[in-house]
Design a protein around this ligand. Structure first.
Ligand SMILES: [Zn+2]
Length: 427
């Protein structure tokens, strides 16, 4: 985590403001701008926690903010304390306490025992920008509350960050939902993470959604969430990278050669200027011809297909893991357009169009065949070509990316049904 002080801005400042909010210092919605108010709130937090009162958020302050950011506190059981009392004091259900502490069962805890106690807030905030640091906290936070969520990495980004795979369920049908291939489409990462939280919570509490018990999904399906395929690019767009970072400087040089594209908001590529969703070996040569002609014949904020298919660590990792997983279905999340792309060339996987129509019925999104000039080299294209199984690119929201967070509640509402149908729609 970067050290932040007055005058700083971007998604890491939002993260700090979010932590101060969760710690109860302020109710203000994070705005990403470290001004006098944030400095004052930080001083109060530092005073209350015995930290140096300097209004600088450095390693010591981040460490004390950590439990608030992940949404789980460690609690040492006092004499005579019972599960119900601990949960009641924390404002949570006993089931949530037991889910976070699977060894506990229904037995009362012993004095001095250390328990993980979730806070009443959700782990995944939907009103701050995504960053790699935020995703790390969400992974820690979800795993603390729901230890049955298993965390893996499928590879590393150009900057060496892990590309996460979070897995829920134990069924024989295997589904993979990926998000944030494109840097300025980071909202899709929040979307799938929030869904993962709702699913894990529903399973822990033994509840149902639209009449479907979450436990039935858990037993019948194995769901992989690949929430952030392009962590470096997302950090570029949400201003999480220091401008002195050599990767930031190199990206800025790439962007300067394309002045028609806004920087950093127009950035879709990975950090070295390759568009990851034009990297897959499914008519890649065609994509190359089209995009080179459009002037994207070298590293660019978008639309550069690379020198060859699968040259980038992010696309290599996803293709390799997809082969290993042998998915029955994939959803690839992008923004924008409220569209469902379900086809590749003349491939027509069994049941694929019918399922697209069912997705339309629950979301209002429109099933589309991909226009010829963009029907190449995408992850979904490659998946359909390799396996002839249902694969969808879901385009969420309207307007240009990055979509404003104000759209998030509607996007989530629209996509809940699609995310469920990705599993149950196959049977
Ligand atoms: Zn996209």
């Amino acid at each position: 985590m970067r050290t932040m002080g007055e005058g700083d801005s971007g998604s890491i400042v939002e993260l700090l403001q979010h932590g101060l909010r969760r710690a109860g210092i302020t109710k203000a919605v994070p705005d990403g701008s470290f001004g006098p108010n944030t400095a004052e709130h930080l001083r109060i937090f530092q005073r209350e926690n015995g930290l140096k009162e300097d209004a600088i958020c450095g390693p010591a302050t981040w460490a004390v903010l950590y439990p608030y950011l992940i949404g789980t506190q460690m609690h040492v059981v006092k004499p005579g304390e019972k599960q119900a009392g601990i949960a009641g004091n924390a404002g949570i259900r006993v089931e949530s306490l037991r889910a976070a502490n699977p060894g506990l069962g229904t037995a009362e805890p012993e004095e001095g025992q250390v328990l993980k106690v979730p806070t009443p807030h959700p782990v995944v905030p939907d009103d701050i920008q995504m960053s790699f640091d935020l995703l790390n906290l969400l992974v820690d936070g979800l795993q603390a509350r729901y230890p049955f969520v298993s965390v893996h990495t499928i590879g590393q980004s150009v900057m060496g960050r892990p590309i996460y795979r979070l897995t829920l369920g134990q069924g024989s049908t295997h589904c993979g939902y990926s998000a944030a291939h494109h840097a300025n489409e980071w909202l899709t990462c929040t979307l799938v993470m929030k869904f993962l939280e709702q699913y894990a919570k529903g399973y822990a509490e033994n509840s149902t959604f639209s009449g479907v018990p979450w436990s039935r999904l858990y037993h019948n399906y194995t769901l992989d969430i690949l929430p952030l395929i392009n962590p470096d690019g997302v950090d570029l767009v949400t201003d999480a990278l220091a401008h002195s970072n050599p990767y930031w400087i190199e990206a800025k040089e790439i962007a300067d050669a394309f002045p028609q594209l806004p920087f950093p908001n127009g950035w879709k590529a990975n950090i070295r200027g390759v568009d990851l969703n034009l990297q897959y070996p499914a008519s890649w040569e065609q994509a190359k011809e089209i995009k080179y002609k459009q002037g994207y014949d070298r590293p660019a904020p978008r639309d550069f297909v690379g020198e060859a298919p699968l040259t980038e660590p992010e696309s290599i990792a996803l293709a390799a893991y997809t082969k290993q997983a042998d998915y029955d279905l994939i959803l690839a999340y992008h923004s924008q357009g409220k569209l469902i792309f379900w086809k590749y060339k003349n491939y027509n996987p069994a049941g694929s169009y019918v399922l697209a129509l069912r997705m339309q019925a629950v979301s209002g999104y429109i099933p589309m065949t991909t226009p010829d000039e963009s029907a190449n080299a995408g992850y979904k294209d490659w998946f359909i070509q390799e396996y002839n199984r249902p694969g969808y690119t879901i385009e969420v929201g309207t307007g240009s990316s990055p979509l404003p967070l104000e759209q998030f509640p509607e996007i989530y509402e629209n996509n809940l049904g699609i995310l469920l149908l990705g599993m149950i729609g196959l049977s």
